[in-house]
Design a protein around this ligand. Structure first.
Ligand SMILES: Cc1cc2nc3c(=O)[nH]c(=O)nc-3n(C[C@H](O)[C@H](O)[C@H](O)COP(=O)(O)OP(=O)(O)OC[C@H]3O[C@@H](n4cnc5c(N)ncnc54)[C@H](O)[C@@H]3O)c2cc1C
Length: 434
């Protein structure tokens, strides 16, 4: 029977190297991240990217025929756990940053050979950035069947009109992957199609990077921005269409399931980093009657965090394993489970660590307040937690029949009567003791 939680020694060596590399080469970038330009960041990352390529750790999420390492989701999960400790910068050095990693998967799944050559190859080589443009301010991202952005047929091409926001990296991207309705009368999940739109196409108007909890002050054109974009009579040729007309949601689903679990994997790293800070602080912060580590509340937070992180890790890796074995569709419920469970774990662990640090945790002198702001969106991006809970509960409920007579299956008086009948011959033969 196969039931193995170990990591191959060869791969464990790679992970050990990654831990050291991320801590020594990437964590320092965080401290100057706000004061450097995109060009300076690119220059800092360039030698790091060269090194991960030489070590065969670049773009590990894709199969070898597409220029990746073909590691599969479990190994990727173990890698992302390390990269998640520095969630803004580490993935860039390993060529698996969102949204590029998911967009590469879209191009790999749905792109023609020409589209792959024009967009996927430079994306994988780290020569260009991409963005995924689906969410609109006017319609709920949780229900993309309500999308209003339209791509109307015009000759053999399309005219695109719409308003999007939270197109991550839109303001530094070379191309945008846009979801737009092509047939409003089709069945809900066949209305939309997906297009590759070069960012310099006339009519693409990027108005700003939206200030967020992550970056509260307006700034523009830096990695990690979330662009608001108007598409105004953007003329697209037939080569812009990805897959077939009406396949937009189908392709998006194939991207979203892996994209979702990759977030969950990175949250493990964020939680771990916050946890390590919490434990370290507990060991030396003197409070009344000892150090924080002597207090039961601190001990409870440490123990609860260990248990929750362990649960999230096992759930994530098990979902990843299922994806490797049976494909991403088979793991949809498992990924929904870890999406809302993992989002709560990362939130709670970061929150406890921040609380334990008091004013220091709240200050910009520690990474905790940033990790708190950054990970807050985990609870609603990639499908709000409420929606994932609903999906999981619906699937569970679908498999259950209500009892025909309205009596619960476990109703004790009913079962007791049945048990008395079942064992009557024994009960009669063996008299109860007086
Ligand atoms: C940092 C960040 C990066 C992002 N990057 C991208 C990107 O690159 N590309 C892109 O297209 N989008 C991106 N998004 C947008 C993201 O995908 C949406 O925010 C998400 O899909 C939720 O959509 P919404 O914000 O419109 O919220 P809504 O859909 O309006 O939902 C708001 C809330 O309503 C509740 N709710 C909604 N539906 C239900 C339901 N069925 N049952 C119960 N409660 C419900 C939930 O509490 C939910 O949080 C990003 C967002 C953030 C914050």
């Amino acid at each position: 029977m196969a039931w193995d939680f170990s990591t191959e020694p060869d791969f464990e060596e790679k992970l050990a190297w990654m831990r050291e590399f991320v801590r020594e080469e990437i964590w320092p970038i965080e401290t100057i991240g706000e004061e450097i330009t995109q060009a300076q960041l690119d220059a800092i990352c360039e030698p790091l990217r060269r090194e991960t390529k030489e070590r065969g750790l670049w773009a590990a999420h894709l199969p070898p025929e597409l220029g990746g390492q073909g590691f599969g989701q479990v190994k990727l999960g173990l890698m992302h756990e390390i990269l998640g400790t520095s969630p803004l910068y580490a993935p860039i050095a390993f060529g698996c940053q969102a949204p590029d990693s998911g967009n590469a998967e879209i191009l790999a799944i749905a792109g023609t050979p020409e589209q792959k050559q024009r967009w996927l190859e430079p994306l994988l080589a780290g020569e260009v950035f991409s963005a995924f443009s689906m969410t609109e301010p006017e319609t709920p991202g949780s229900d993309p069947t309500q999308l209003q952005t339209r791509a109307v047929r015009d000759g053999d091409g399309y005219i695109l009109n719409g308003h999007k926001w939270f197109t991550s990296n839109g303001s530094i991207a070379d191309f945008l992957i846009v979801l737009a309705v092509t047939d409003p009368d089709a069945r809900a999940h066949q209305r939309a199609s997906m297009f590759v739109v070069p960012v310099d196409t006339p009519g693409v108007r990027i108005v700003r990077d939206v200030p967020t909890m992550e970056h509260p002050y307006e700034r523009y054109g830096v990695f990690g921005g979330h662009a608001e974009i108007y598409y105004e009579n953007v003329r697209l040729g037939p080569e812009a269409l990805l897959g077939n007309e009406g396949e937009g949601f189908l392709i998006a689903q194939q991207r979203l399931v892996p994209g979702r679990i990759h977030h969950c994997m990175r949250w493990l790293g964020i939680a771990r980093r916050a946890f390590d800070m919490m434990v370290e602080r507990a060991t030396y912060r003197p409070v009344k009657g000892g150090v924080l580590a002597d207090k039961q509340t601190a001990q409870t937070w440490i123990a609860d965090s260990v248990a929750e992180m362990q649960a999230a890790r096992l759930m994530t890796l098990q979902a990843a394993w299922k994806m490797d074995q049976f494909g991403s569709s088979a793991a949809r419920d498992d990924v929904s489970l870890i999406k809302f469970f993992g989002a709560k774990v990362v939130h709670d662990v970061v929150d406890r660590s921040l609380q334990l640090h008091g004013a220091l945790g709240y200050s910009g002198d520690m990474p905790l307040e940033f990790l708190y702001r950054l990970s807050r969106h985990a609870r609603f991006v990639d499908g709000a937690d409420e929606v994932h809970r609903e999906t999981v509960a619906r699937h569970v409920l679908r498999a259950i029949e209500p009892p025909a007579d309205g009596v619960p299956t476990n109703h004790i008086p009913t079962r007791r009567e049945a048990a008395r009948r079942k064992f009557a011959h024994i009960l009669e033969a063996v008299p109860a003791e007086a």
